[in-house]
Ligand binder design. Structure first.
Ligand code: ADP
Ligand code: TRP
Length: 344
């Protein structure tokens, strides 16, 4: 669908677009998959318009200061999306930095954004509280993110709850820009957030699964290592054979995400009775079951990942082709914005 677009395409506002980005800042985990990636992949099928996903490598420079690591993480994210089911015929997948026009729009937006707006940013305050150096880039992060969204005239931006304020900033910046430069006309389109349906995915210690807490289960973990990880999930001390409280159980919360409905009913019954087929069923069994289900869920994608790892040229080709198509949209927006600003 996006392939049909050309430099002479009609107004970029003509088609609805879903746009989202993911930072290449570390190994992808189950929180990333169930909280973000799964929804992105579903939207490539169900969204009545174009889907654009990018790897936010400019954003990652706020925290990743090692070239080899940034390249490696970026490649990992690209391969993960493709292995997990992104279809380049249905959605674009590109590196943010392959469309440098985004930096120009970010500058224009920064000139209509009050300091007060950015000073309210939760994400900046949280990251500084976690010990990150308060760089100008970290503070400016939401402006670049607004530019990511407005550059492609996104109508819908699927994100986790933690990103909601950034979408509100993008809405405000679009309005300020249109009022300041375009006499209120819609030079930039106001985006709407779409919150992921997935609950917060718990990590090994029961807190939100996150790189920053070191409590993650990586998507690609398998075999003994995976069983070791699921074995570390914190549970209460209900003795083996007693009924288990599924609603408070971190293992069950993860089983809910990776079991089919019918199977989940069975598992629920095992929890309620503390027995499976006449034998005692305890947390240890639930953890082994979880490892098996995760292994099964990601097996096809793991095989595709292996193939993609062996074919870096194919991955690069998808990224470059997508970036070219994204740039067509980006250039049209920049042309419009330059004109209303009075830039040549
Ligand atoms: P991390 O917390 O590991 O640094 P990111 O902030 O890079 O993860 O996550 C990228 C996106 O993945 C988030 O915006 C959110 O949508 C989703 N995500 C990450 N962790 C979780 C989680 N534990 N539960 C639900 N969604 C999550
Ligand atoms: N800030 C987002 C995150 O950490 C990643 C991101 C960058 C993004 N630009 C975006 C998400 C634009 C949606 C739209 O998860």
């Amino acid at each position: 669908m996006v392939a049909a677009m050309s430099a002479s395409a009609p107004s970029p506002l003509a088609r609805p677009r879903v746009v989202s980005g993911v930072q290449p800042s570390g190994v992808l985990h189950l929180g990333n998959f169930f909280g973000a990636i799964q929804q992105h992949l579903a939207l490539q099928e169900s969204f009545p318009g174009e889907a654009l996903y990018f790897i936010a490598d400019y954003h990652a420079l706020t925290t990743v200061h090692e070239a080899a690591a940034l390249r490696e993480h970026t490649r990992e994210v690209a391969i993960a999306y493709l292995a997990l089911g992104l279809d380049p015929a249905k959605a674009l997948l590109f590196r943010q930095s392959d469309v440098p026009e985004v930096l120009e729009l970010a500058w224009m937006l920064s000139c209509v954004s009050g300091m007060g707006l950015l000073e309210r940013g939760h994400s900046y305050k949280d990251k500084v509280a976690q010990g990150l150096r308060p760089s100008v880039g970290l503070f400016y992060y939401p402006v670049l993110m607004a530019a990511d969204i407005l550059l492609y005239s996104a109508s819908v931006v699927p994100v986790g709850r933690d990103q909601l304020q950034h979408i509100e900033f993008a809405q405000d910046m679009a309005t300020h820009f249109n009022q300041a430069f375009a006499g209120g006309a819609a030079a930039l389109t106001r985006p709407e957030p779409r919150l992921s349906q997935a609950p917060i995915v718990p990590g090994l210690d029961g807190r939100k699964m996150s790189k920053s807490y070191g409590n993650t289960i990586p998507i690609w973990e398998s075999g003994k290592k995976l069983r070791k990880l699921t074995g570390q999930i914190v549970t209460d001390s209900t003795p083996l054979g007693e009924p288990l409280p599924s609603e408070k159980c971190n293992v069950y919360a993860l089983l809910q995400l990776c079991c089919e409905a019918v199977e989940l009913e069975q598992v629920k019954a095992w929890y309620q009775t503390g027995r499976r087929e006449g034998q005692p069923f305890g947390y240890g069994h639930a953890k082994v079951l979880l490892a098996e289900r995760l292994e099964r869920l990601f097996a096809p994608a793991r095989a595709r990942r292996e193939a993609l790892l062996a074919d870096p040229g194919a991955v690069e080709a998808v990224l470059m082709r997508s970036a070219e198509q994204a740039r067509v949209i980006a250039r049209a927006t920049i042309r419009r914005c330059r004109e209303v600003c009075g830039l040549p």
